[in-house]
Design a protein around this ligand. Structure first.
Ligand code: ADP
Ligand code: ADP
Length: 223
């Protein structure tokens, strides 16, 4: 089943002589439960593409369907709600709220919707992410790997249609990198979580089902 469909996506920055086609006519289809890696040189358009898929940025033209919903037809309010429920995003630098505990950070997408997360689900996620004993700690009391696990748990708490990860291991040592990759693979395998991950590390990319190489805003090849 197709969970993500992208048609002729274009994102242009600047104008006149300074025009940059950061994303240049990309079309793409991802099935539910796929783990896709996006690789490419710095400046090739990977982050721009991920931000468009996540509804963080609006495209210049083209369409994005997530679980059948065309996200760029949505107004900002509707898109904000859709993003909290259906799109999880993880960045290189965790973006946790420093004054909130691990459990409070993970609850955030639910709180913003006026819901409390289901207690059973919260405990399941805390345990399967190895964070249960750390749930009342603040981010600065955690290792980098634990902070990234918290940010992935927050991204998954609402059971989103897609998880987008922008260099999730880019700030981690090799041991924490392995730990994060095994968590992502567990979510993908055991919970059929669809994942789209940017990385510049080819060893990590090889763990995905499919590798898409981007160059100058275009898909160069898929493997
Ligand atoms: P990558 O993630 O592969 O390093 P980016 O998506 O960050 O690539 O950038 C793709 C191209 O778009 C680059 O040429 C970059 O300079 C340009 N770009 C990205 N964001 C902006 C912006 N906000 N304004 C102008 N140009 C941008
Ligand atoms: P259901 O979703 O069938 O109601 P549960 O409430 O028992 O099932 O919780 C399972 C849900 O928990 C899955 O749908 C999944 O989204 C989520 N979940 C738990 N652990 C993880 C994990 N490691 N990765 C992704 N999702 C997880």
């Amino acid at each position: 089943m197709e969970i993500l469909k992208v048609e002729n996506l274009v994102k242009t920055y600047g104008e006149g002589d300074n025009i940059v086609n950061a994303v240049d006519n990309i079309s793409l289809s991802v099935n539910k439960g796929e783990f896709v890696a996006i690789v490419g040189a710095s400046g090739s358009g990977k982050s721009t593409l991920l931000h468009l898929l996540g509804g963080v940025d609006r495209p210049t033209s083209g369409k994005i369907y997530i679980d059948g919903n065309e996200i760029n037809n949505m107004n900002n309010d509707k898109l904000a709600i859709f993003r909290r429920r259906q799109i999880g995003i993880v960045y290189q630098f965790y973006n946790l709220i420093p004054i909130l505990t691990v459990e409070e950070n993970i609850s955030l997408p639910c709180d913003l919707d006026g819901n409390r997360p289901d207690k059973e689900r919260m405990d399941l996620i805390l345990k399967s992410f190895g964070l249960f004993e750390r749930r009342n700690h603040l981010p600065n009391e955690l290792s980098g790997g634990q902070q990234q696990r918290t940010s992935i748990a927050r991204a998954l708490i609402n059971n989103p249609a897609i998880l987008l990860a922008d260099e999730p291991t880019g700030n981690l040592d090799s041991k924490s990198t392995e730990e994060i990759m095994s968590i992502l693979k567990m979510s993908n395998r055991d919970f059929n979580q669809t994942i789209i991950m940017i990385t510049h590390n080819l060893e990590i990319a090889k763990e995905a089902d499919r590798i898409i190489t981007i160059q100058d805003g275009k898909i160069l090849r898929e493997a």
